[in-house]
Design a protein around this ligand. Structure first.
Ligand code: ZN
Length: 328
């Protein structure tokens, strides 16, 4: 950032947005931090962009560990412009690329790990993306899997193929979806088996002060599985992580995370009953003291430009948690 915009930010934007930043908590959601811009992952920040975003948090906001922030929100002692950083799923780049930047700016963070993919696993959507990326042919014919025949002549066409396949199979039953992703991935070449963390990388995060949260074993949509299976998924991932890091895991993120769609009130009650302290969803907004600590909203500005990122994050404090908007 150049000097002038930084001064503008420091003096003008906080005045404009100040009234909205008191006793409100913005929880950012990330998945990956890419070594360089990847057209197949255009929504993910690069190392350089993530560095600029964490610098902004350190300079203009008040980054806090998740549980401490939620406790202070309910105690009425939250500092202005409070913000938490979270990552979902457990990608290896969280440890490789994000952790050094988090340390550099002393920004606390929590990584929610789906334990079934650790040590060489791959999530179904990544299998689709990497197959289309590495497919050596210019045509990917998936008609025998009841999908289409996709042209892969250009990067744009590969991107379109990924979007089309993901859109089609996203809502399939989890078993069918996995079977289909497995069949699709046979068309790829040398798919990466190091996208997700190893046990050692999870330990490394914990040893470097990053909070570890549970995110189920297999990343199922909780609403689509039985109550018993949901309990298993949550408990098993938590036990695995507690064993790994040798300390309590008391925060949880719902897979996909949309209230009423991806999880129900029964899952919220289950997470509370299991003794978690905080759970996060993916509905957009900022938390207030009225927010349900077992379904806190999250929001991340998508801007690549640090100034726009800052302005949108500041403006975001006006977007009250939609689950409690009527109360505030
Ligand atoms: Zn996830």
């Amino acid at each position: 950032m150049s000097k002038l915009p930084a001064r503008l930010l420091a003096h003008i934007l906080p005045l404009v947005f100040n009234a909205h930043r008191k006793q409100r908590l913005s929880i950012l959601i990330y998945h990956r931090v890419m070594p360089q811009l990847d057209p197949m992952r255009a929504g993910e920040p690069t190392v350089e962009e993530f560095d600029a975003q964490m610098r902004v948090l350190r300079e203009y906001f008040h980054p806090l560990p998740l549980v401490e922030a939620v406790e202070r929100l309910h105690a009425g002692t939250l500092p202005d412009a409070a913000v938490c950083v979270t990552f979902d799923d457990g990608y290896a780049d969280n440890e490789l690329h994000a952790m050094p930047i988090l340390r550099k700016y002393a920004v606390p963070a929590t990584v929610f790990v789906s334990t079934g993919f650790l040590n060489g696993g791959r999530m179904w959507n990544d299998s689709v993306i990497e197959t289309v990326r590495t497919c050596p042919d210019e045509v990917l014919d998936l008609r025998e899997l009841e999908l289409d025949c996709y042209t892969l002549g250009s990067m744009q066409q590969r991107l379109q193929a990924v979007e089309s396949i993901l859109r089609r199979i996203k809502h399939f039953d989890p078993q069918d979806r996995l079977a289909l992703a497995n069949a699709i991935q046979e068309r790829g070449r040398g798919l990466p088996d190091d996208l997700m963390m190893t046990d050692d990388q999870v330990r490394s995060l914990a040893q470097n002060g990053v909070g570890i949260g549970a995110h189920t074993v297999n990343h199922p949509i909780l609403s689509s599985i039985s109550a018993a299976a949901a309990r298993e998924e949550i408990q098993q991932s938590r036990q695995y992580l507690e064993n790994l890091v040798q300390s309590p895991v008391d925060v949880f993120a719902y897979p996909n995370g949309r209230p009423d769609l991806d999880y129900g009130i029964e899952h919220r009650d289950l997470v509370s009953e299991l003794g978690f302290k905080v759970a996060v969803s993916t509905h957009w907004g900022v938390s207030t003291a009225h927010s349900d600590r077992y379904q806190l909203p999250r929001f991340t500005p998508w801007d690549r430009n640090p100034l726009k990122f800052t302005a949108r994050l500041m403006a975001g404090y006006r977007n009250i948690d939609p689950l409690i908007a009527g109360l505030d």
